[in-house]
Design a protein around this ligand. Sequence first.
Ligand SMILES: Cc1ncc(COP(=O)(O)O)c(C=O)c1O
Length: 476
Amino acid sequence: MDWKPDRKIRKPIYKQIAEYIENGIADGTFPLDKPLPSERSLANLYRVNRSTVVAAYSELEANGLVERKKGSGTTISRDIWGLTKKRIPSWNRYIEAGSFLPNIPVMQRLRKEMEEEHLINLASGELSEDLFPNEFIRRTISSKDFNGYLGYDHPQGNIELRETIVNHVRDYRNINTNSHSVLITSGAQQALQLVVQCLLKPGDAVAIENPSYSFSLPIFKTAGLKIFYLSVGKNGINPDDLIELYKKHRLKMLFLNPIFQNPTGTLLPYLQRRNILDISSKFGIPVIEDDPYSLSSFVEDDASTLKSMDRNGNVLYISSLSKIAAPGLRIGWIIGPSAVIERLADAKQQFDFGHSTVSQWIGNEFLSSTYFEEHLPLLTEKLKKRRDLMIKYLHYYLDDHVECHTPMGGIHLWCRFKKEINELQLLEESIKAGVIFAPGTTLGTEKGHIRLTFARGNEEQIHEGIKRLAKAYEML
Ligand SMILES: Cc1ncc(COP(=O)(O)O)c(C=O)c1O
């Protein structure tokens, strides 16, 4: 029992203790017919909090290895020591051995904290419930006969919805396409996943923006890709950086969110968009244009998509209903050459046999309705108001300490603290104060930033949330 947890490695202490006990049960260090050491004695032995030992025992209990009864301590589960001759697999080892990488711990932590109702959530990149088209969807479900198809639909997605998307992207995003070139996906997220899985192989070099939503996704690492970063400044990425990266690493693909980028809110200027397309054509680099935000624009500026400017077929275009309607519908789409779309659809069929037909029916009713035309300007007006309010309260409560670029669309504010701060520590203090945000390090390599989503809270919550953030900042 002279084993001690190793504080220098990244694995949490409670996990190390759980693993040690699990191995000890297997090799006889902990005899099957004796109670396991008490929480207090292990806490003293390993110089850890009792709650750490409790967490280790809870994990072993969840995996069926130990049993805990109030008053009689912790014992090795009867199932594993022969009474029933059942063997329980070591789920922990399976969990850690899988090739698909989990989210980083801070993202998992945020996910859990979001369940706490007392916390004001400025972290989730989504609209608040009152901005969803609830009324329209309720009305559609109750008053219209469901005339969708309930069998397995075409793997590319329901043909009516695909045709509606063809009209939608023509009218709203100036993109000319046809239904053979559209694949319906489970949000933009699945489209990104399909591209990574089907069009790239381990060792391929790809470029993503830093910071970016892509940065937050472990899917690139899971696929064994070499990831290179393009810094996002006030005006987006610098096309010269792209040329340099291509020459050094023979990039296989470029992932870009050029319009109201998550998290910086930047709009890549028109000339830069042109320039990127020229570079893409010159070197033959496919561009994945991830565009969930272009319709949430607060200005008249030209925010034409790369796809609408693409004359040579270099761009695969991704978008969804998540940021303009409701993410729970999980309606996204990818548009590209039909051969590529067929390849991705074939994979989608293997993953999930195509998207839910009920959700596609609702998505189709929504996108093809006149309600949609009225919904968009109302939504952007409300979003703009929330953006302005958040900036106002940031000035009021944290004026000398924070600066942020004012985005002309989208749903996020990217804030930089003027003083060096540890944003993970700020997150801990903020959780105590009752507010959460996305720490910058989950979205990029630069320290001292946080992302605040102004769409997620109502006006009152934005005010209270920033007030709580300022209180947390004072505690650093
Ligand atoms: C840039 C970007 N791409 C893709 C997604 C995924 O969205 P969804 O799968 O809900 O369409 C998000 C969500 O925040 C995003 O910000």
